[in-house]
Design a protein around this ligand. Structure first.
Ligand code: IMP
Ligand code: MG
Length: 185
């Protein structure tokens, strides 16, 4: 019943009620923790942090500021999988990073892993470019895959089975700017 939701957990944005699932402070603590773990994991070599647009843009910008070692940043835009015509391993990149990936440690940054199909497709094509390593950091994981992706080394939070918005995540392009993550109720 909605009466179980305390008023301080609710926000109104864009004419909708949003129940806060991860507050701004909770996210900031987690991003700090992830940044420290990533810093410790890459003692040497070139690190390229590769964000999947658009959803990762806020998470990535906060995350790189918590990584205390040299790194470069680039982005990827993958074709959406809605049509069902793109087979696995044949993902189309609408924007491909300018920098060569060869010999670099690649840290793919994703906002949320849902079915895992987007990530599986990218992980099928990126090794062709001979990176030194290929690892994924996702802020959220709905944990729907029978086996977690072996490249998925860092996950901020397990995600509830709801449609989440805010902190980069959108619903029809709305709500990306919210500083917290919530579900539309
Ligand atoms: P997947 O390929 O099914 O894993 O979907 C991943 C992509 O779908 C993410 O990068 C998001 O852009 C989008 N997505 C999945 N779940 C949500 C959600 O709860 N809120 C907003 N976007 C989502
Ligand atoms: Mg996305």
């Amino acid at each position: 019943m909605s009466s179980a939701i305390s008023p301080e957990m609710l926000r109104r944005a864009g004419g909708r009620e949003i129940r806060i699932v991860f507050s701004e402070a909770t996210i900031a603590d987690k991003v700090k923790e992830l940044g420290a773990a990533i810093t410790a994991a890459y003692p040497d070599g070139d690190l390229l942090v590769l964000g999947l647009l658009k959803g990762s843009f806020i998470f990535l910008s906060d995350l790189v500021r918590q990584i205390d070692r040299p790194l470069h940043v680039d982005f990827l835009v993958a074709s959406s999988y809605g049509s069902g015509t793109v087979s696995s391993g044949n993902v189309r990149l609408l924007y491909d990073p300018e920098t060569p990936l060869e010999g670099k440690h690649i840290l793919l940054v994703e906002d949320i892993i849902d079915s895992g199909r987007t990530m599986q497709r990218l992980l099928a094509i990126l090794p062709e470019r001979n990176p030194a390593s290929l690892t994924v950091c996702a802020l959220l994981d709905k944990q729907l895959l029978p086996e977690p992706l072996p490249e998925l080394r860092w996950v901020g939070f397990p995600a509830p089975p709801a449609f989440l918005v805010g902190y980069g995540l959108d619903h029809a392009e709305d709500f990306r700017h919210l500083p917290f993550i919530g579900d539309l109720i």
